[in-house]
Design a protein around this ligand. Structure first.
Ligand SMILES: [Ca+2]
Ligand SMILES: [Ca+2]
Ligand SMILES: [Ca+2]
Length: 727
């Protein structure tokens, strides 16, 4: 039998023999048609004893009649389409979601048993997924033609289209006598994963045998989770549980969820693998790239169009592949798949343990489908309703690792150093920028049940008083604070940031971590460019592995592991919007690699490295243009989970002082009348073979405690009336 499977695989796969690929799905297919058998179930807490004698405190919104009988959620028929004819648009939210995400390649159908299965509490044990209990109860029900019928009249074997294979190998499209995928959606099961399973959690899709029932020999896969409310929250949790069947285990969540995380805090990105606190669940470029979901009329999964209308593959834009730069026209990503994926220079992963590659994704999102919608809609700042579902424009995020689409079985590895190993690998770049936030301690908001506050005490941010920090600052979509001042993050920090903001004289409760209208690069927000001098900038971001509970951190001898990126590699990349066609919804984006100029004031923090000019080492690789000021300063946004030292006001700091290193052959040019200021123990290091030229009347100001270090063989050239001022 085993040999037979392998033969089929060899014949029908377009990959080499033995190749595993994420797009083949874990235990279920991630393309073609799959029909989910859904059972809505509840626990009857009056038929105890219940485990640990816990009470029923998940009441949810499922209806009950006057006899106390629980009925199906009112929107039970809105999750899935039971069937879909070719060319027909799905109505069910989840069927439509995957249909849209995959351009119709993934038809995820579903139908449900027409009554709620009520399970006595005494039949549950803590940690039991409840599958066999539910299957045995179904087995006792009256058969119709030897089977059970679902709401739309399907028999059980209509849910058996597939025979599973190994994770990552193509599934076989023939029945094996087992239900392909059983979803048990619970109203109130407190015992699923622990003695306190919440109203929206449980087991994601995974392979599971299950007992024989009726005319079936069992099941291939199950998901079993609470969904005690109806409406959009129910769809969100269902999509979040389904991802494990197609992407992988907990290390495939993004924007929170269980699994060890890539960054010091989880970033609120969007996409299929996101769940709360994702900004949106609409499909991302990475989702489609990973799953090979291509629009039928296109040649490539990830592509865009040049100015002549020719489709260009854009999944591997780099300084090597598009060294002269390029200009692309992007249509709405969700509808077309147009997107750019740009490999950030200076990180080049070769083997496990190396620093993971980072890629900048650029997507035009016009907010056209019903999935382009904030998950926290009513609490989001939409510019007073001007952009209720987000501002149409360019959305940008950095992908860290998660770039092994095929290979051996290790593509599913959860090992921290493996490129695919960590969850929450996306770092959104909000057009609003990155800052060292100013928190207004005089206006702490006490816990109260008001809109968008949810009884959390919180600390408002004052953006007007925050300092720009494009490289290592936080944004609305990525932040954490030591609010109890004990020198440790995730240690007693009940007071939260991200729920409120000081505007003028008042505090606005706007849940600003959940995304807002200012995230898009667009003429609407005024930010149309990512480059070395902008905020944010297209440079690699720091990583810092945190476990799923944020209780342990992966340090070696007290330092981040060697696969972590802790270097801001400067580069000449710029990504700029050069045209927006509002009517057609298209955006033209220009990519260049030789943009080394800074034409505004900047405040830079972190471990920053300047490399040589990529095209001509005799030319500058960084130019601070006339009249502008660069401040090298110590960042205030935490970059370690434990404080490094106290500042002069006695406050804990979670950063190292800034070090700006100019490596061999790099060339930093201060144009006439520009100013470079070193403050707060910043160091500027000129390595042997590097060059700093201070143009006429420019100034290098070195504040107490800061240093300019010129190694032997480096050049520091002061042109007419340029000055170094030590304060
Ligand atoms: Ca099957
Ligand atoms: Ca914002
Ligand atoms: Ca703390």
């Amino acid at each position: 039998m085993h040999r037979f499977f392998l033969l089929l695989f060899f014949l029908f796969s377009d990959y080499a023999f033995g190749q595993y690929a994420i797009r083949n799905g874990v235990s279920i297919p991630a393309s073609d048609t799959l029909r989910v058998f859904v059972v809505f179930a509840e626990l009857d807490f009056s038929q105890g004893p219940c485990p640990n004698n816990l009470p029923d405190n998940l009441n949810g919104s499922w209806p009950k009649d006057s006899q106390g009988k629980t009925h199906l959620p009112l929107d039970a028929n809105t999750f899935f389409d039971a069937a879909l004819n070719p060319g027909q648009q799905p109505k069910g939210f989840i069927t439509d979601y995957y249909h849209s995400a995959s351009f119709g390649k993934y038809v995820l159908l579903g139908d449900y048993f027409p009554e709620v299965i009520t399970v006595p509490c005494s039949k549950m044990r803590i940690g039991d997924n409840g599958v066999n209990t539910v299957l045995r109860m179904l087995d006792t029900l009256k058969s119709e033609d030897g089977t059970l019928r679902t709401q739309n009249g399907y028999a059980l074997n209509d849910f058996d289209l597939w025979t599973p294979t190994e994770n990552g190998l193509p599934k076989i499209k023939s029945p094996d006598g087992k239900i392909d995928l059983l979803y048990i959606i619970w109203k109130n099961n407190r015992f699923l994963t622990s003695a306190s399973t919440g109203g929206n959690s449980g087991y994601g899709v995974n392979a599971s045998k299950g007992v024989a029932f009726k005319n079936m020999q069992g099941i291939n896969n199950m998901a079993s989770f609470n969904c005690n409310n109806t409406g959009s929250g129910a769809y969100t949790i269902t999509i979040a549980e389904h991802l494990h069947g197609i992407f992988g285990g907990n290390n495939w969540h993004s924007a929170g969820g269980r699994g060890a995380h890539t960054f010091l805090a989880t970033a609120n990105s969007y996409g299929l693998t996101g769940q709360h606190p994702a900004t949106m669940q609409a499909v991302s470029g990475w989702d489609r790239w990973m799953m090979h979901w291509k629009r039928a009329d296109k040649n490539y999964v990830t592509s865009a169009y040049d100015l002549n209308g020719k489709e260009i593959q854009t999944e591997n834009i780099s300084i090597e592949t598009f060294s002269q730069g390029a200009t692309f026209v992007l249509r709405d990503f969700v509808e077309t798949g147009d997107a750019l994926r740009i490999k950030l220079p200076h990180i080049d992963w070769q083997k496990n343990g190396d620093v993971k590659n980072q890629y900048l994704w650029i997507e035009n999102r016009q907010m056209k489908t019903r999935f382009d919608e904030y998950l926290s809609g009513s609490c989001v700042n939409t510019d007073d309703g001007v952009f209720p579902r987000g501002t149409p424009g360019i959305y940008a995020y950095i992908q860290v690792g998660k770039d092994q689409r095929e290979g051996g079985k290790e593509i599913y590895s959860g090992a921290y150093e493996h490129p695919n190993g960590l969850a929450s690998p996306f770092f959104p770049l909000s057009a609003e920028g990155n800052f060292d936030f100013y928190y207004d301690w005089d206006r702490i908001q006490q816990a109260q049940w008001i809109d968008c506050n949810w009884n959390n005490s919180n600390l408002p941010v004052n953006k007007k008083r925050s300092l720009p920090n494009p490289f290592t600052g936080f944004s609305d979509l990525y932040r954490y604070i030591d609010s109890n001042h004990d020198g440790a993050l995730y240690s007693g920090d009940k007071l939260q940031a991200g729920l409120s903001e000081v505007q003028g004289d008042t505090v606005i409760h706007n849940y600003n971590t959940s995304g807002d209208w200012m995230d898009a690069f667009s003429s609407e927000t005024g930010n149309r460019k990512l480059a070395i001098g902008t905020n944010p900038a297209p440079v690699p971001v720091y990583t810092y592995t945190t476990n799923q509970e944020f209780s342990t951190f992966n340090l070696v001898d007290g330092k981040p592991d060697k696969y972590e990126n802790r270097t801001i590699w400067l580069n000449g990349l710029s990504v700029e919007i050069i045209d927006e066609n509002k009517e057609a919804g298209t955006i033209t984006v220009q990519i260049r690699w030789g943009n080394y100029d800074i034409n505004n004031d900047v405040r830079w923090c972190g471990n920053i490295v300047l490399s040589p000019n990529d095209f001509d080492v005799s030319k500058p690789s960084l130019v601070l243009q006339t009249g502008n000021k660069m401040l090298l300063d110590r960042g205030q946004s935490p970059q370690f989970h434990k404080a490094t030292e106290k500042d002069k006001n006695g406050e804990w700091m979670f950063t190292d002082p800034t070090v700006f290193t100019c490596v061999k052959e790099s060339y930093f040019y201060l144009e006439p009348k520009s100013q470079l200021v070193l403050d707060n123990k910043s160091k500027l290091v000129l390595r042997s073979g590097s060059k700093l030229v201070a143009g006429a009347k420019s100034k290098i100001i070195i504040k107490p405690g800061s240093e300019l270090i010129t190694e032997d063989g480096s050049q520091l050239i002061l042109e007419a009336k340029a000055k170094i001022i030590r304060k």
